[in-house]
Design a protein around this ligand. Structure first.
Ligand SMILES: Nc1ncnc2c1ncn2[C@@H]1O[C@H](COP(=O)(O)OP(=O)(O)OP(=O)(O)O)[C@@H](O)[C@H]1O
Ligand SMILES: [Mg+2]
Length: 262
């Protein structure tokens, strides 16, 4: 167990946004949060990353309460790509990615060749090496998203928290980022909206109205009736004859599943 939430909650203006979260994240797993808009995924990710302080319960990183770590200590162990991305417009892509090295730098360990190598590697893995000297404000949405993921990779933390990492990405880059995070030797916790992509993760947590409604392997958790209930859709597994596995098809409730629209 690397990260553990116990009775975790966050309330604002007397409104509970996230409640009663009990969750153990195992070392090395790829854990995915799914759930409708406003169900509390981003809030839970911020709590797990120590960027938002719990109003009830606790988060443990290893065997220690997250609240006892300094920001710098947390940043060496947890890298996060948040949903609302902001970066100074004046920075270049390379400078943005270099920010990922900040928790490792200090008076006796200035930015050096090894940091440079790590930054170049992160630029290459996210396919933005050709954009390294471009200014931030000139980037497209997907290029910005990849630069933020590169910054998180450069941080070389053991836990990578990604809030909708495929947001803005074209299908090739969606698949390559998901493949990349699956092959990294780190623990990954991410929010995804695409339930078919979520099926590629080790475990899934379903958020609904601020609570973790279910946690388990994709086949345990993505039962059709639960998806139908939580997401208010009709769902149908379809077998891919070329691979023998199945994917999910969705429709609004009450619509014909045959796909013929009026
Ligand atoms: N600082 C805040 N003050 C008031 N309400 C908030 C705050 N942060 C989040 N909320 C509310 O809490 C709920 C959960 O928000 P959150 O961003 O965690 O949802 P989400 O599951 O990530 O949604 P999405 O899929 O749209 O990203 C939403 O209704 C949101 O409006
Ligand atoms: Mg969110």
């Amino acid at each position: 167990m690397i990260l553990c939430a116990q009775a975790l909650g966050w309330t604002t203006n007397r409104t509970p946004i996230v409640s009663d979260i009990d969750l153990r994240i195992e070392t090395g797993e790829v854990f995915c949060l799914v759930g409708p808009n406003g169900s509390g995924k981003s809030t839970l990710l911020l709590l797990l990353a120590g960027l938002r302080r719990a109003t009830s319960g606790s988060v443990r990183l290893g065997d220690q309460d997250l609240g006892t770590f300094t920001r710098r200590e947390i940043a060496r162990r947890i890298a996060i790509v948040v949903q609302q991305l902001e970066t100074s417009d004046r920075l270049t892509v390379r400078e943005t990615v270099e920010l990922g090295r900040t928790p490792w730098l200090g008076p006796i360990s200035p930015f050096g060749d090894n940091d440079e190598r790590i930054v170049e590697e992160a630029l290459a893995k996210t396919d933005i090496a050709h954009l390294a000297d471009r200014r931030w404000q000139t980037l497209s949405g997907g290029e910005r998203q990849r630069a933020h993921i590169a910054r998180a990779l450069a941080q070389q933390a053991e836990i990578l928290i990604l809030d909708e990492p495929t947001n803005h990405l074209d299908i090739h880059h969606q698949l390559s980022i998901l493949e990349l995070v699956r092959t990294l030797p780190v623990t990954v916790i991410m929010a995804l909206h695409d339930l078919n992509q979520a099926m590629g993760c080790d475990r899934i947590g379903v958020m609904h109205q601020g609570r973790l409604e279910a946690v388990g392997t994709p086949s345990e958790v993505l039962a059709e009736d639960r998806i139908a209930d939580v997401f208010k859709v009709a769902v149908r597994p379809v077998v891919d004859p070329s691979k023998g596995d199945s994917f999910l098809r969705f429709d609004l409730p009450g619509r014909s599943q045959a796909g013929n629209r009026p």
